[in-house]
Design a protein around this ligand. Structure first.
Ligand code: FAD
Length: 476
């Protein structure tokens, strides 16, 4: 088997050890929120009546609630959140806000080739709507429409980039070695593609907190520390219950992401996969100058096991990805968020990428669960005679598409037929993952194969080719 650049150009272990010596296990985006954006909200108690109850206070739930108030300003909307607003994936992610509704255009092309022009247009409209909502509601989630840079870090990836650029998509610019180095200086970069229109960077914690603030200003009631354990039909409506109370509502949106679904039919549809992140201290002006990066693009390299990295408003670098860890039994547990071998691997890959930043320290490390589905992007549906709508399975790309999912769920509850609800992507459910032990065996065999492909000039083995042919797979 070959090696990757991260093995060929490993930094000294003292550089890695030093960088992690004082790193706090804590989510930077949460620590960075002003107190005014993290009010303590009450738990659900007694009986509350509503037109719409939303279970889950991440982006999917928050956008659904906000959009519901836009559609009907008089509607009474309630959000019931098990812990705190935005504490899970929505407050922990990389903040890459991408237009793609299909986890990248390649995935979309293979699954819904006929729909791709519509999906791409709807995705761009959705991204524009997020940017516009920030201004319209006076939110500040530090949105920067920087685009995204995909550098080739292995020779075979240069050909992939050339093929991509040759497709002639608007806003896609090929950068040769000198040009990519002028954009962002890394000895690992051999070429790059800069997708200029389809991605923005934002502060994930602020987006969740600001959405919650605006929802409340528009009359939405939010309950925190209220774990929903029951979802029952009652008359023409539904009842959502917690240990301390219940919401009786006409309709419900389920926005519970990687956590166990309240609907049995969705229990096998996703698996939680852990993704890990490091955050550096702020770079000095000299350190930043040594990297360049004046375009402040989000960066994602091209391997199956990829890294994503970006600058924050105060010029830290967030560096995440690569390892995507599944734990037997689909479990989501706090102890899975600590993985020293992954922090060390990420730190090592960071200094391979930016050796000029030798001496820099990481201030924060954290992890979060993503909800992987076999089609790598959300699936949708209704239950209980169309009184309940759900969306899940965003895999690692839900910062923008959760807003689209909110629109779709409200459309489905309203029974509207439109461009969104007529999409095959919306109408057809993907295949589930198998139950254990097959899920763990299959996922780990796929991960092993993806790692081998990254070490073997991207060549996919028989298992991966079979999965490709079946439209199945595993991604983060
Ligand atoms: C480390 C990491 C990096 C990522 N990076 C990116 C990125 O850069 N770009 C991108 O597009 N995507 C990224 N993602 C994915 C993205 O964050 C998610 O797709 C998105 O946040 C999903 O939002 P959500 O509201 O569906 O889920 P969540 O934010 O997980 O919210 C679900 C909420 O439901 C609540 N809940 C669950 N069950 C119940 C219950 N029974 N009762 C009450 N409440 C319940 C939970 O407490 C939780 O708050 C990343 C994810 C992770 C973990």
């Amino acid at each position: 088997m070959g090696t990757t650049v991260f093995e060929r150009q490993r930094p000294a272990s003292s550089v890695v050890q030093h960088s992690l010596a004082a790193t706090r296990h804590s989510v930077f985006w949460r620590d960075d929120l002003p107190e005014s954006l993290t009010p303590d909200r009450p738990a659900l108690a007694g009986t509350v009546r509503a037109d719409l109850v939303v279970v889950g206070g991440g982006y999917t739930g928050l956008w659904s609630a906000l959009l519901a108030t836009e559609r009907d300003p008089a509607a009474k909307v309630v959000i019931v959140e098990a812990q705190r607003v935005g504490w899970a994936a929505s407050g922990r992610n990389g903040g890459f806000c991408e237009a793609s509704l299909t986890h990248g255009s390649e995935n979309g092309q293979t699954r819904w080739p006929d729909e791709m022009p519509t999906l791409e247009r709807l995705g761009l409209e959705n991204l524009d709507a997020i940017e516009a909502a920030e201004a319209r509601y006076g939110m500040d989630f530090q949105f920067e429409r920087t685009g995204m840079l995909a550098p080739a870090v292995e020779p075979h990836q240069v050909e992939w980039l050339k093929d991509w650029a040759a497709e002639g998509e608007e806003g896609v610019v090929y950068l040769d070695r000198d040009e990519v180095q002028a954009a962002v200086a890394s000895p690992t970069y051999l070429a790059g593609v800069w997708e200029q229109r389809t991605c923005g960077m934002l502060h994930p914690g602020r987006m969740a907190a600001e959405l919650a603030r605006v929802c409340e200003e528009r009359g939405v009631e939010i309950f925190e520390r209220s774990h929903v354990t029951g979802l029952d039909s009652a008359g023409t409506g539904v009842i959502v219950s917690t240990a301390g109370g219940r919401v009786e509502a006409s309709r419900a949106v389920l926005a519970t992401n990687a956590f166990p679904s309240l609907l049995k039919r969705n229990r096998l549809m996703t698996v939680p996969v852990y993704d890990y992140v490091l955050m550096t201290e702020p770079l000095t002006a000299d350190q930043l100058a040594s990297v360049g990066w004046s375009g402040r693009q989000g960066i994602g390299d091209l391997a199956n096991q990829f890294h994503y990295y970006r600058l924050t408003a105060d010029n830290r670098i967030l560096f995440g990805g690569y390892d995507a860890i599944y734990h037997y039994g689909r479990s989501v547990r706090p102890e899975y968020e600590n993985r020293p071998e992954t922090w060390e691997k990420l730190a090592s890959h960071f200094f391979t990428t930016f050796p000029q930043l030798d001496g820099l320290s990481f201030t924060h490390k954290w992890a979060g669960a993503i909800d992987t589905s076999t089609q790598f992007t959300a699936f949708f549906g209704t239950a209980r005679e169309r009184r309940v709508a759900y969306a899940a399975g965003f895999t690692g790309l839900g910062v923008a598409s959760t807003r689209f999912a909110g629109e779709v769920m409200l459309d489905l509850l309203d029974g509207v037929q439109n461009e969104r609800t007529e999409l095959e992507m919306v109408r057809k459910r993907p295949l589930p993952f198998p139950p254990e032990p097959a899920a763990a065996i299959g996922i780990n065999a796929t991960r092993w194969s993806l790692d081998r492909a990254d070490h073997n000039r991207g060549k996919r083995n028989l298992l991966l080719k079979t999965l490709d042919a079946l439209g199945l797979g595993f991604d983060s």
